[in-house]
Design a protein around this ligand. Structure first.
Ligand SMILES: *[C@@H]1O[C@H](CO)[C@@H](O)[C@H](O)[C@H]1NC(C)=O
Ligand SMILES: *[C@@H]1O[C@H](CO)[C@@H](O)[C@H](O)[C@H]1NC(C)=O
Ligand SMILES: *[C@@H]1O[C@H](CO)[C@@H](O)[C@H](O)[C@H]1NC(C)=O
Ligand SMILES: *[C@@H]1O[C@H](CO)[C@@H](O)[C@H](O)[C@H]1NC(C)=O
Ligand SMILES: *[C@@H]1O[C@H](CO)[C@@H](O)[C@H](O)[C@H]1NC(C)=O
Ligand SMILES: *[C@@H]1O[C@H](CO)[C@@H](O)[C@H](O)[C@H]1NC(C)=O
Ligand SMILES: *[C@@H]1O[C@H](CO)[C@@H](O)[C@H](O)[C@H]1NC(C)=O
Ligand SMILES: *[C@@H]1O[C@H](CO)[C@@H](O)[C@H](O)[C@H]1NC(C)=O
Ligand SMILES: *[C@@H]1O[C@H](CO)[C@@H](O)[C@H](O)[C@H]1NC(C)=O
Ligand SMILES: *[C@@H]1O[C@H](CO)[C@@H](O)[C@H](O)[C@H]1NC(C)=O
Length: 394
C-alpha cells in the first residue's frame, strides 16, 4: 500500500543537467465537452472509412479546450513524484491541463484505467530510455492510480535501474528502466557521467526487460556533440576511447545494436514494441534569454510550425531502423508524438521545476526554464492515451 518513494533514485540531477546542457547545445545547433467515443465503439471505426492501410492517423490532429480534462490532478495522484509537479512549484494558471487531443480522422478512446489493467493483467509494461520516458511513465501511473480502489495493494520499488509500480491485484508491473542511450554508458548511474557510450553493448540492460510484454523505447535527449565512444569494456586496460563530434553515426550503430538484440531475443508472439519519437525542445531566442522559449506561455500554438530543435536526423534513423526490423518480422509501432507536442509551448515545466522548489526564496530566472520536460497533468497524458489506443486494439 505504502509507496516506497523514499527509496527511489532521484533522477533529478540528471534531468537538471541534461536540461541545461541541451539548452546550451541548442544554442550552437540551431527550438465544453465534445462526446468521446464509448468503449465498445471500435476505436478505428471512423478512420476506417478513410483509412490508410494502418487505420486512423492518431498523430495528426489538433488540441481542443475541454474542461472534462485532465483525468487526474496533482492532488489525487500520490505516485506523481516530485519532478513534474508544476502547480506544487507555484504555477498558478491551470488551463494548460484542460486540452485534449483530437485526431483529424477519428476520436481517441477515453482512457479507462480498469480496462488497461485488465489488459495488463499478469503482464509487464516497461518504458526504457531517458527522462522523457520517465515523464510518460509518471503520467501513466497517475492516469491509473486515482481510479484504483483505495485498498488496492500497489508498491513502487527500485531494482537497479528499474523503478516499477507493481499492482498486486492484477499482478501487473509498470516499469521505467533508466538507460538514456539504450546501450551501456557511463550515464546509467544516478550521477551523470562523461557521455561515454559502449555502442555494441545492450545485454547488460536488456536482460532486465527481456521478459516484458510491452516495451516502449526512446533515446534522443542525451545525444549531443562530443560523445565518447568506447570499444572494449569500462575499466578494461584494453579499452579504446574516442571522442567524436558528430553523434549521428554512433546513434545509428546503437540503433543497430538495439535492432539486432530485438531480432534475436524478442518473442514476437508475445512482446509488443513501441518507439517514441522525440519530444520537442522549445528553444529559440526570446526576450528572456535564449533557452527560455517556453517561459510565460499560456496557450498552445495552432500553426504547423515544426520547431527546429528536434533531432530530425536521429528520428529518420529510428524510422529506418523500424522499417528494417519490419522486414525481419519484428513489428515496432512508432509513437510519432513530436508534432502534436510541438503545439504545446504552454505545457512545459518552464520555471515551475525542482530548481525553484523553494518558492518565494529565489527569484525565478526565466533563463532557467525547462522547455523540454512537461508538467503533469499534461502532454504525456496524451502520449499515453495514444499508447492505450494501441494496447486495447485487438
Ligand atoms: C475519405 O477521403 C476521401 C478522399 O480524401 C473523401 O472524399 C471522403 O469524403 C472521405 N470519407 C470520409 C468518411 O471521411
Ligand atoms: C509523424 O507525424 C508528422 C506530423 O503528423 C508527419 O509529418 C510525419 O510524416 C510522421 N512521420 C512518420 C514516420 O509517420
Ligand atoms: C471503465 O471500464 C469499466 C469496465 O471495463 C467500467 O465498469 C467503467 O465504468 C469504466 N469507467 C469509465 C470512467 O468509463
Ligand atoms: C504474474 O505475472 C508474471 C508476468 O509478469 C507471470 O510470469 C506470473 O506467472 C504471474 N503470476 C500469476 C500468479 O499469475
Ligand atoms: C481528483 O481530484 C479532483 C479535484 O480535487 C476531483 O474533481 C476528481 O474527481 C478527482 N479524481 C479522482 C479520480 O479521484
Ligand atoms: C502488497 O504486495 C506486496 C508485494 O506482493 C507484499 O509484499 C505486501 O505484503 C502486500 N501488502 C499488503 C498490505 O497486503
Ligand atoms: C569522467 O572523466 C573524468 C576525467 O577523465 C574521470 O575522472 C571521471 O571518473 C569520469 N566519470 C565517469 C562517471 O566515468
Ligand atoms: C566539441 O569539441 C570540439 C573540440 O574539442 C569543440 O571545439 C566544440 O566546441 C565542441 N562542441 C560542443 C557542442 O561542445
Ligand atoms: C509464434 O507463432 C507462430 C504462428 O502461430 C508459431 O509458428 C511459432 O512457433 C510461435 N513462436 C514462438 C516463439 O512461440
Ligand atoms: C510573466 O507573466 C506574469 C503573469 O502574467 C507577469 O506578471 C510577468 O510580468 C511576466 N513576466 C515577464 C518577464 O514578462
Amino acid at each position: 500500500m505504502a509507496v516506497g518513494e523514499k527509496n527511489m533514485v532521484n533522477f533529478f540531477p540528471i534531468v537538471a543537467l541534461i536540461m541545461f546542457a541541451i539548452s546550451i547545445a541548442s544554442l550552437f545547433r540551431l527550438d465544453k465537452t465534445i462526446n468521446v467515443v464509448s468503449l465498445d465503439n471500435p476505436i478505428f471505426s471512423k478512420a476506417q472509412a478513410n483509412a490508410t492501410k494502418n487505420g486512423c492517423n492518431l498523430f495528426s490532429g489538433r488540441w481542443i479546450y475541454d474542461t472534462s480534462y485532465p483525468l487526474y490532478t496533482e492532488g489525487n495522484c500520490s505516485l506523481i513524484g516530485d519532478i513534474f509537479t508544476c502547480a506544487k512549484y507555484g504555477r498558478k494558471d491551470s488551463k494548460y491541463q484542460n486540452w485534449r487531443w483530437q485526431p483529424h480522422q477519428c476520436d481517441l478512446p477515453r482512457f479507462n484505467a480498469t480496462t488497461l489493467l485488465e489488459e495488463l493483467r499478469n503482464k509487464k509494461l516497461i518504458f526504457v530510455g531517458d527522462s522523457l520516458n520517465q515523464n510518460q511513465w509518471r503520467s501513466l501511473l497517475c492516469l491509473i492510480e486515482p481510479y484504483l480502489p483505495p485498498t488496492t495493494n500497489k508498491t513502487v520499488v527500485l531494482e537497479g535501474n528499474l523503478k516499477k509500480l507493481y499492482v498486486k491485484d492484477y499482478n501487473t508491473t509498470i516499469g521505467l528502466y533508466w538507460s538514456p542511450y539504450l546501450v551501456e554508458s557511463d550515464c546509467d548511474k544516478k550521477m551523470p557521467g562523461n557521455r561515454t557510450i559502449r555502442m555494441n553493448s545492450i545485454e547488460k540492460h536488456a536482460r532486465h526487460w527481456s521478459d516484458a510484454d510491452i516495451l516502449i523505447f526512446d533515446t534522443f535527449a542525451w545525444w549531443r556533440p562530443n560523445v565518447t565512444i568506447l570499444w572494449g569494456s569500462f575499466g578494461s586496460p584494453n579499452a579504446v576511447y574516442k571522442k567524436v563530434e558528430s553523434y549521428q553515426r554512433p546513434y545509428e550503430i546503437v540503433l543497430n545494436t538495439w535492432s539486432e538484440w530485438l531480432e534475436y531475443h524478442i518473442n514476437r508472439n508475445k512482446t509488443r514494441i513501441f518507439f517514441a519519437s522525440a519530444s520537442p525542445l522549445r528553444s529559440g531566442k526570446s526576450r528572456w534569454g535564449s533557452n527560455a522559449g517556453c517561459y510565460n506561455e499560456t496557450k498552445p500554438r495552432s500553426d504547423d510550425i515544426y520547431w527546429r530543435s528536434h533531432p530530425k536526423d536521429l528520428m529518420k534513423a529510428v524510422e529506418s531502423a523500424i522499417e528494417n526490423l519490419k522486414e525481419k518480422g519484428v513489428k515496432v509501432d512508432y509513437l510519432n508524438i513530436t508534432q502534436l507536442s510541438t503545439y504545446r509551448q504552454d505545457a512545459y515545466l518552464s520555471v515551475y521545476n525542482l530548481g525553484f522548489k523553494d518558492i518565494g526564496l529565489k527569484p525565478r530566472n526565466p533563463a532557467k526554464s525547462d522547455c523540454l520536460h512537461w508538467c503533469l497533468p499534461g502532454v504525456p497524458d496524451v502520449w499515453n492515451q495514444i499508447l492505450y489506443a494501441y494496447i486495447i486494439k485487438p
